[in-house]
Each structure stands twice: as structure tokens, then as C-alpha cells.
Design a protein around this ligand. Structure first.
Ligand SMILES: [Zn+2]
Length: 198
């Protein structure tokens, strides 16, 4: 009897784990849809400029999530019940159990933005510069254990880039559509349309 239960459990657990992984990935993709919409709304309000990827976290050069949040383009609801705008639920991948995103702190970001979009607010990058918005990625979900967590730089730091939804990264593109991509399919050259949109 116990053996039969063990066999049944052995058959059932992988299926449950798969279902769980699928649910987490779906939640993450929904976040990416929200983030893509948030970024598009930001551009609509700021003369087509795409939110700058990253500065140094200071008031003059805020991180992209902080810019979206403080300008009202992310949810105001705090995921930890803190009631402020700094922990927007859509910035937190449901598969991430340890690090909740606090948009002011780069070490906590669950999602990274394409560095080619524009590094600093002093180098504005406009949506109309993107020739191929369906192929250029905007944001993706990854695990990265250091402070470049807010930018995608796969070409340069590939050994430590870890998809949170193995074996795939979940991501959004400049036209707002979302999907998944395997690490091996990410082009290493930043001249590629995936990075530059050209
Ligand atoms: Zn995710």
C-alpha cells in the first residue's frame, strides 16, 4: 500500500511542480505586460522619451523603476502593506521568494531593462528611434546577484545571468508584447536587433 502511494506521489509531484512553475511564469508575464504598458505611458507623457534605464540611484539619476513610480506610472499599492509607491507589485516576480523590489535600490530589482535604451536621463532615447520594436527587448526577468540588476547586459556578464524561469527568460519587447526566450538564443552582439532595435 505504502509502495503504491509512493509511486502515485512520485507521478503526481512532478506534475504539481510543473503546474506551479507555469503559474509563476504566467504571473511574471502579467507583470511584464504591466511594466511595458507603464513604460509606454511614460513615453506618451514625455515627448516619446523612453524612461532612462539607470543612473546611480540618486535623485538626479534615478533608477528606471523609481522614475516610473515617482511619476505615477506604477501601482501605488505597497506589496508589504507599507502603503507607499516604492514596492509596486508589478515589480516583483512571483517566483522570487527572497528579494522584494524596492524601486529606489538597485540591488533589489527583479526585472532588468535593456541598457541600449539609454543609460542616463541626460541621453534621452525616443521610441521613434526604434526601427523594429517587435524584435527589440525592453525588460526581462532575471536573477543577478549584484548591483547591475537593473540593466540587461547579457553579452558582457553572461556567466552570472540566471533566468528565474528556467530554462527561459520571460521578457517584454518595445511594442509591448511579451514572451520567453532561452539564454542561448540571446544574441551576443549588441548591434543585433534584439538589443538595438535596428
Ligand atoms: Zn519572473
Amino acid at each position: 500500500m505504502i509502495a503504491i502511494i509512493a509511486i502515485l506521489a512520485g507521478m503526481l509531484l512532478p506534475a504539481l511542480n510543473n503546474a506551479r512553475a507555469t503559474a509563476l511564469r504566467t504571473g511574471c508575464i502579467n507583470n511584464l505586460k504591466q511594466l511595458a504598458l507603464s513604460s509606454a505611458n511614460y513615453s506618451d507623457s514625455f515627448d516619446g522619451i523612453v524612461v532612462a534605464v539607470d543612473g546611480d540611484g540618486s535623485a538626479k539619476k534615478p533608477l528606471w523603476g523609481a522614475t516610473l513610480s515617482t511619476n505615477g506610472f506604477l501601482s501605488k499599492k505597497g506589496v508589504n502593506g507599507d502603503g507607499n509607491s516604492f514596492r509596486p507589485p508589478e515589480m516583483n516576480c512571483p517566483a522570487e521568494t527572497k528579494t522584494k523590489c524596492y524601486v529606489l535600490t538597485y540591488s533589489t530589482y527583479n526585472y532588468a531593462m535593456n541598457l541600449k535604451i539609454g543609460y542616463l536621463t541626460s541621453e534621452p532615447f525616443r521610441r521613434n528611434q526604434v526601427k523594429n520594436p517587435t524584435s527589440m527587448h525592453e525588460m526581462l526577468c532575471w536573477k543577478i546577484p549584484w548591483h547591475y540588476s537593473t540593466w540587461t547586459q547579457m553579452n558582457k556578464y553572461s556567466p552570472i545571468n540566471i533566468p528565474r524561469h528556467l530554462p527561459n527568460f520571460t521578457l517584454s519587447y518595445m511594442d509591448g508584447h511579451v514572451g520567453t526566450i532561452q539564454f542561448s538564443f540571446i544574441p551576443t552582439s549588441t548591434d543585433n536587433v534584439f538589443w538595438s532595435g535596428k
